[in-house]
Design a protein around this ligand. Structure first.
Ligand SMILES: Cc1ncc(COP(=O)(O)O)c(C=O)c1O
Length: 321
């Protein structure tokens, strides 16, 4: 079994009341797992960085949107653990002259940035593979991490998260756990953990992009690769998944007024959500909780704090209305 590098700390679970819903809402604070590494990707990278070290690689290559949290966290770990870092960032139009938020951090950490077009991004695995080949020719040993660190190795980090939460879920009789679904790995890992530990709770994933069918396929594939690779004695198919659409709004990374209002409201409890992932997820959760009349739910705060600075205009308008 692959051993993770211990790069993060177990995270706290806090309670923030009902916020107008029927349920007491608990929050798993994966946003508090570290400062520069804040968020869900650190758990996946614990395994991926360990795998890269084991294979004696010297360069991490990964991809994401221009404000990718995952790319920022990869850049941090690369610096801390002695890798070069190449980030393939999807950009619409021309790069902005002033770096901000996640991109600013990745740049400060001296990651090599390659801007790619949305159509190149559709082909991201091939683009990264070709880039890895180029680096190999120069004598480097690259390690390619897929979008969001979401593969059969990365998702073990969220199996671990379910292990951390299982006792609490049982003790408190938590009826449902909610997480964002962006590349599918967080949900896949939690599902793996739920099955392995036989945890009795609904696992609800709120989509922030794409469609239910798209993620059913992705999550099914990743989980079954992990089951095969690590010989887990469980089976997973699409009937085990509860994926919820309807809260993406106009599109991935585009916030909408009702979501922004939820972010403003939740901030009054001292918790800051981001407009791309956790804001949409929390907003969707409040709606879903009402429909299903849950009494106790657990929201996984998957991070994203730095991206609020990329949405200063939208958030300023919301604060002032
Ligand atoms: C802050 C944050 N929350 C949630 C997610 C979604 O997690 P996943 O990609 O594992 O579905 C991401 C990344 O996609 C993220 O950056």
């Amino acid at each position: 079994m692959l051993k993770p590098m211990k790069l993060t700390i177990p995270t706290l679970i806090g309670e923030i009341g009902k916020l107008g819903s029927t349920a007491n809402i608990f929050i798993k604070r994966d946003d508090l797992n570290g400062l520069l590494i804040s968020g869900n990707k650190a758990r996946k990278l614990e395994y991926l960085v360990a795998d890269a070290k084991r294979k004696r690689c010297d360069t991490l290559i990964t991809c994401g949107g221009v404000q990718s949290n995952h790319c920022r966290i990869t850049a941090v770990f690369a610096k801390q653990y002695g890798f070069d870092c190449h980030l393939m960032l999807r950009i619409y139009g021309k790069p902005k002259k002033i770096y901000t938020a996640n991109l600013l951090i990745s740049k400060l950490l001296n990651a090599t940035i390659h801007y790619i077009t949305p159509s190149q991004y559709d082909n991201r695995n091939e683009v990264m593979k070709q880039h890895a080949k180029k680096l190999q020719k120069k004598g480097r040993k690259p390690y390619v991490i897929p979008e969001g660190g979401s593969n059969e190795i990365g998702i073990l980090g969220y199996r671990d998260c379910m292990m951390e939460m299982a006792g609490f879920i049982k003790r408190k009789k938590i009826e449902a756990v909610y997480c964002a679904v962006g590349s599918g790995g967080t949900y896949a890992g939690l599902l793996l953990g739920k099955k392995l530990l036989n945890v009795h709770t609904d696992l609800n994933g709120i989509l922030v992009s794409n469609s239910v069918q798209y993620f059913q396929e992705i999550i099914n594939t990743i989980c079954n690769k992990a089951i095969k690779k690590f010989r887990f004695p469980i089976s997973i198919d699409t009937s085990c998944m509860n994926l919820i659409d309807g809260f993406i709004g106009p599109g991935y990374g585009i916030p909408y007024p009702a979501e922004l209002k939820t972010i403003k409201r939740v901030a009054q409890s001292g918790i800051i959500l981001d407009p791309v992932y956790t804001g949409k997820t929390f907003h969707g959760m409040l709606d879903d909780v009402k429909k299903k009349k849950y009494k106790k739910v657990l929201f996984i705060h998957t991070g994203g704090i730095f991206s609020i600075f990329a949405y200063a205009k939208e958030l300023t308008n919301t604060i002032n209305t």
